[in-house]
Design a protein around this ligand. Structure first.
Ligand SMILES: Cc1cc2nc3c(=O)[nH]c(=O)nc-3n(C[C@H](O)[C@H](O)[C@H](O)COP(=O)(O)O)c2cc1C
Length: 382
């Protein structure tokens, strides 16, 4: 599929509107995965044969690779992602209120740079409909066999100072159906959302969500759900230190690094330059190094003692391995699926398996943060 996708599908995609082709691909995956024969075929073709088990957030993941937020905002193709062999699925961003998002077009493909620019603006079904949908799905089909995460956003109509209640309401409604929650304060496409990354605002959102966690776990007699925070790659070093400190002190269980960037690198062609000039967040290959650098910094700040989920520009096993070396324990991608197709999961997981075999580490767990250990060893020998 890798070569087939590159030679046939990728050139064809260039002539279609990005958002339309995304919706069509998602619908095709949902329909295909509703049939057991197609599900078996998808698994045969795309599911990784290798395992790289890792236990985090109270659950064991078959390997570290999952889908990033935004790819399946409405949880449309849950069985599809499982059939393709993803180790976990993040749905959303979901906001308290249903919203249409920004006017179209709002998603742009820069094919030569393997990048996307989007200003979707949290188009989603809202917390009430999403909860009803998940309830029906779980009643009729069952819970996904892999951990299900939900990305929590803020409704556009909610004033910034009332954000905490907006996040908390969404979390309350989804609590029963979801394994891990991600507080997203880093989308560049909701006015002023990124301001919520700062001290007291972030602390009050985390406190509200932790309150929900406590109430719901007491009500249902089950454990609390892990709560992560997702950050922007555009934070300065001082801001990053502050966010990490606030989130850890407030009791967050880990961090997702990173969301899309508002910065622009040099585009690979004049057609890509037009895309880069669009307002919105840039993702894909040009984000790789910046997001990996953020992972490095967080690992250093926290002495490798806080789970980091690495996302941003993963197109290959090498990209994924670098993020693990920087300190990520789980990984996600969005743009990589657009440019490399459904075969990305298998190529990343098999590639990571090979890299681990060639490394001095005997388990995947041991390899996490290896570039820090190696640079310490070099310094020690000097
Ligand atoms: C069209 C689109 C929509 C996205 N929507 C969300 C979202 O709702 N919530 C969120 O936290 N991140 C969202 N993201 C960001 C991705 O989850 C991811 O952090 C970012 O794209 C970097 O990863 P990538 O380079 O693999 O695409 C979106 C990205 C794209 C391209």
């Amino acid at each position: 599929m890798g070569i087939g996708y590159r030679v046939l599908v990728r050139p064809a995609l260039r002539v279609f509107d990005s958002e339309k082709s995304h919706s069509r691909a998602l619908r095709a995956l949902r329909i295909a995965s509703s049939n057991p024969l197609f599900r078996a075929t998808l698994s045969l073709l795309y599911k990784p044969r290798k395992h790289l088990p890792i236990t985090r957030f109270g659950q064991t993941y078959q390997h570290p690779f999952g889908i990033a937020a935004g790819l399946d905002k409405k949880a449309e193709a849950l069985r599809g992602w499982e059939s393709l062999g993803l180790a976990f699925i993040e749905i959303g961003g979901i906001t308290q209120h249903e919203q249409d998002g920004n006017p179209k077009p709002r998603m742009f493909r820069a094919s030569n740079s393997m990048a996307l620019v989007n200003r979707m603006g949290f188009n989603n079904a809202g917390s009430e409909k999403t909860a009803t949908f998940l309830k029906t799905h779980i009643t009729n089909i069952g819970k996904p066999s892999v951990p299900l995460w939900a990305n929590l956003g803020k409704s556009k109509i909610t004033p910034l100072e009332e954000s905490a209640a907006d996040y908390a309401t969404t979390m309350t409604r989804l609590w029963k159906y979801v394994d891990v929650f991600v507080i997203n304060v880093s989308s560049p496409n909701t006015p002023n959302l990124r301001e919520l990354q700062h001290d007291s605002a972030l602390e009050s959102i985390i406190n509200s969500c932790r309150g929900v966690n406590q109430t719901m776990s007491e009500k249902h007699g089950t454990a609390q759900k892990p709560l992560l925070v997702k950050i922007a790659p555009d934070l300065t070093d001082d801001q990053l230190h502050a966010v990490v400190k606030t989130a850890r002190l407030a009791g967050c269980d880990g961090i997702v690094a990173t969301n899309t960037t508002v910065e622009r690198s040099t585009p690979s062609s004049s057609s890509d330059a037009k895309v880069f000039a669009e307002t919105g967040g840039l993702s894909g290959a040009p984000l790789l190094n910046r997001s990996t650098e953020m992972i490095h910094k967080i690992y250093q700040i926290t002495d490798g003692d806080w789970p980091i989920v690495g996302v941003g520009g993963i197109m290959s096993a090498q990209d994924a391995w670098e993020k693990i070396g920087a300190g990520a324990c789980l990984l996600q991608a969005y743009s990589g699926f657009v440019f490399e197709g459904a075969g990305l999961t298998k190529s990343v997981v098999h590639g990571l398996h090979k890299k681990l075999r060639e490394s001095p580490y005997s388990t995947f767990e041991e390899a996490i943060g290896f570039s820090h250990t190696e640079s310490r060893a070099i310094q020690g020998n000097e």
